[in-house]
Design a protein around this ligand. Structure first.
Ligand code: BDR
Ligand code: CA
Length: 345
C-alpha cells in the first residue's frame, strides 16, 4: 500500500479528497494536516475531524491543525464558494460537539501539524519506507516542514498538489486560489528537492460532477436518471454527499457560471496517487509570480524551456510534472467505488 499524508482546507472538494483517501484500498492514510484557506484554520480543522468521523476513518486517524496564516501575506478566505465555515449547505454531518469528534478536535490542540508531520515522516524514514504527500490547499504547512526539517525530505517519494493553472486562474485572471493564498510557500515547495506533480485547474475543470454522476451517487442501484429529477438518496451518507455537492454546484453556477456542475478539483490528487495512468503530464519548470501588479500567484509554466537559455533567472531545472489531461470516466469509476465502500461501513 502507498503510505499517504494528506494536507487539506475543507472545503467541499477537500471533503471528497478525504473520502477517497480513506476508502481507496491502495492507500494507507497516515494522517491529515489542515491549513487556512477556504475558511479560517479553526474551521478547516474542525471540518476535517467531522469528515474523518462521518466517512468512517480508522479510530487512530487524526487531523492536526496547521498554519493559521500564509508565510508573508494576510490570510484570505473564500465564503463565496465554500460558505463561512468552509462546508456550507451540508446536511447530516455530525457537529463538532459530537463526543467522538470533540475528542479528535482536542487531540489536535496538543499536537500541531508541523510536529505531527515531522514525527510521522521520521517514523516512516526509520522503517526504511517512503510516503506520498497530497496537498489540496495553500502550501504553507509543507513550506514550513521543508524549512524546518530538511533532513526529512528524502522520505517523500512524491508530492501531488492541486493548485495553479497554465495560463488561467480562478481567483484572479491568472492565479488559482491555493497558490494565490500563499504564493511564497508555493515557491518554497517548487524549489524543494522533492518529486512533484501539479494538478492545475486546466485539468480539474474537465472533471465535472454533473447530473448523471449525481444520479449515480444518489442511487447506484437504479438506472441513471437522464431527466431533470434526481432519484431519492438510498442512504443518509448519499444524502449528505448530495447536499455537499449541491452547495458546491450552486457556488460554481453563481460565481463562475458553470451550468453543468462543479469541478472536483482536490479529489484528483488522490486519483493520481491511486492510478497515475489516468493522467497525462509533462515535466516543466514551474515558478510562482510573487511581485506582479496583475499577476501575483500565477504559476509560470516554462513550456518552451526558455529559462534553460536565460541564466539571469537563477532558477534552473524542470521541477514539476504538470498534468495535462485525465480520463474522466476512469476517475468517476474510482470515485463512485469509494462512495460504495464508504457506504458499506
Ligand atoms: C482550489 O481552491 C479551493 O476552493 C478548492 O478547495 C481547491 O482546493 C481550487 O482552486
Ligand atoms: Ca482545497
Amino acid at each position: 500500500k502507498t503510505k499517504l499524508w494528506l494536507d487539506v482546507d475543507p472545503g467541499h472538494d477537500d471533503a471528497m479528497a478525504i473520502m477517497l483517501a480513506i476508502h481507496s484500498p491502495e492507500l494507507d492514510l497516515l494522517g491529515i494536516s489542515t491549513v487556512h484557506g477556504n475558511a479560517p484554520a479553526e474551521h478547516t480543522h474542525q471540518n476535517a475531524c467531522r469528515l474523518i468521523y462521518a466517512f468512517g476513518g480508522k479510530e487512530d486517524l487524526n487531523a492536526y491543525p496547521g498554519a493559521t496564516k500564509p508565510l508573508v501575506r494576510h490570510a484570505r478566505y473564500d465564503p463565496e464558494i465554500h460558505g463561512e465555515d468552509g462546508l456550507g449547505g451540508v446536511e447530516g454531518l455530525p457537529s463538532s460537539e459530537h463526543p467522538a469528534i470533540r475528542a479528535k478536535i482536542d487531540h489536535g490542540k496538543h499536537s500541531r501539524a508541523l510536529e505531527a508531520m515531522a514525527s510521522t515522516f521520521r517514523q516512516v524514514k526509520e522503517s526504511s519506507h517512503r510516503l506520498t504527500v497530497a496537498t489540496c490547499g495553500p502550501l504553507t504547512n509543507l513550506a514550513l516542514l521543508i524549512s524546518t526539517y530538511p533532513e526529512l525530505l528524502d522520505v517523500i517519494e512524491r508530492l501531488v498538489f492541486m493548485g495553479g493553472g497554465v495560463g488561467m486562474g480562478n481567483r484572479s485572471s491568472v492565479a488559482e486560489w491555493n497558490i494565490l493564498c500563499d504564493p511564497e510557500a508555493a515557491q518554497i515547495v517548487l524549489d524543494a528537492p522533492i518529486e512533484k506533480v501539479m494538478i492545475p485547474i486546466n485539468v480539474t475543470h474537465t472533471v465535472i460532477f454533473d447530473h448523471l454522476y449525481h444520479s449515480l451517487l444518489l442511487s447506484p442501484t437504479s438506472l441513471p436518471s437522464f431527466t431533470n429529477t434526481l432519484p431519492e438518496p438510498e442512504t443518509p451518507l448519499r444524502h449528505t454527499l448530495s447536499t455537499l455537492l449541491n452547495f458546491f454546484a450552486q457556488s460554481y453556477r453563481e460565481v463562475f457560471g458553470f451550468q453543468n456542475g462543479p469541478p472536483l478539483h482536490d479529489a484528483l490528487t488522490i486519483a493520481y496517487i491511486v492510478n497515475p495512468e489516468l493522467f497525462t503530464g509533462t515535466r516543466y519548470r514551474v515558478d510562482v509570480e510573487l511581485e506582479g501588479k496583475h499577476t501575483v500567484g500565477e504559476t509560470v509554466v516554462d513550456m518552451w524551456d526558455y529559462k534553460k537559455c536565460d541564466h539571469t533567472w537563477g532558477r534552473e531545472g524542470k521541477n514539476c510534472i504538470v498534468t495535462q489531461s485525465v480520463d474522466v470516466e476512469g476517475f468517476f469509476e474510482l470515485f463512485l467505488g469509494c462512495i460504495d465502500r464508504c457506504d458499506d461501513l
